[in-house]
Every structure is written in structure tokens, then in C-alpha cells.
Design a protein around this ligand. Structure first.
Ligand SMILES: Cc1cc2nc3c(=O)[nH]c(=O)nc-3n(C[C@H](O)[C@H](O)[C@H](O)COP(=O)(O)O)c2cc1C
Length: 143
């Protein structure tokens, strides 16, 4: 099963989660600056939440996706609290006819690594790491 990982991250939190996901898959996490160039069965796709929305670079990345490039998306997000980027990924993909797995990963950071407050992102707690690893164990059984 060919799986790839793409993320959008302003402050480093989503990048850190993407790297744990990629490690579990034995692949590399790349930013959304890297378009999908060949067909992939599973695209792990994630981003942060900024003023209740996904970053425009993530939306731009999704614009070039289509069902003949991606079998399914597994969505993930880091957030202060809300799941709006997960919802937006799902809605944008479904409008394009791309399947989104019913399982998704939301890592709540609260103020941890909140870049707007000048807090350095990218350092996950043990609990957050465990959540990502558990999610990967489950999703890899399914896909
Ligand atoms: C400018 C800015 C706006 C944010 N707005 C929200 C928000 O509306 N809702 C929320 O739950 N979290 C919000 N957050 C928190 C981020 O979603 C959270 O820190 C996330 O981990 C950022 O991911 P990143 O470090 O990969 O950029 C905001 C953070 C920043 C820097």
C-alpha cells in the first residue's frame, strides 16, 4: 500500500505530528509545497487551525488533488481546541470526489507551542506522541 505524508505547519506542531506518522509508515513527511506527482493509495494530510480555518497553502495544495491521484485521504490536524481544519479537509476532498477515511487524528495542543504567543512549537508531550502512535497502529490495520 503506497502511502505518503503531506503537512502544513506554521509553528512546527503539525510538522512534528507528520514526522511521527511518516516514521510509522517508513516514509518521509513533506510539506504541502511538494505536490503529489504520481498516484498514491493513501495520502496522510494535515494542518493547523488558524482563526478557525486551514492555512491557504493547504487549500491550494488540495486544489491539485483528484481521485486519479489519490485513493483516499487520512486527515490529521493539530489545534488549540477546534476541529475546523479536519472538517475543511473533509469537505474540500469530498467536493472533489476524493474518499476521506472515517478515522481522523486531532491533536489538541491548547496553548502548547502556540506560535502566536511566541511559544516554540514542534515539541510533543509523551501523551500526544502516544496518541499519534496509537492512531497509526489502528489505521495501519485498516488501510
Ligand atoms: C495565528 C494563529 C491562529 C490560531 N487560531 C486558532 C483557532 O482559531 N482555533 C484553535 O483551536 N486554535 C488556533 N490556533 C492554535 C493552532 O491551531 C495550534 O497552535 C496548532 O498546533 C498550530 O499548528 P502549527 O504549529 O503546525 O502551525 C491558532 C494559532 C495561531 C498561530
Amino acid at each position: 500500500m503506497k502511502s505518503i505524508v503531506r503537512y502544513q505547519s506554521r509553528g512546527g506542531n503539525t510538522k512534528a505530528v507528520a514526522e511521527v506518522i511518516a516514521q510509522a509508515l517508513g516514509t518521509e513527511a513533506l510539506s504541502v509545497d511538494n505536490p503529489v506527482t504520481e498516484y498514491t493509495e493513501v495520502l496522510f494530510l494535515g494542518g493547523g487551525v488558524y482563526e478557525w480555518k486551514m492555512d491557504k497553502s493547504l487549500l491550494d495544495f488540495m486544489e491539485q488533488l483528484s481521485p486519479d491521484k489519490v485513493g483516499q485521504i487520512v486527515a490529521f490536524s493539530t489545534t488549540g481546541a477546534t476541529d475546523s481544519t479536519l472538517k475543511q479537509i473533509r469537505k474540500t476532498a469530498e467536493e472533489k470526489g476524493i474518499v476521506v477515511n472515517k478515522h481522523e487524528l486531532l491533536v489538541r495542543m491548547l496553548l502548547h507551542g502556540h506560535s502566536m504567543l511566541g511559544l516554540q512549537g514542534g515539541r510533543l508531550t509523551e501523551k500526544q506522541l502516544e496518541k499519534v502512535r496509537n492512531f497509526m497502529d489502528e489505521i495501519q490495520e485498516e488501510i
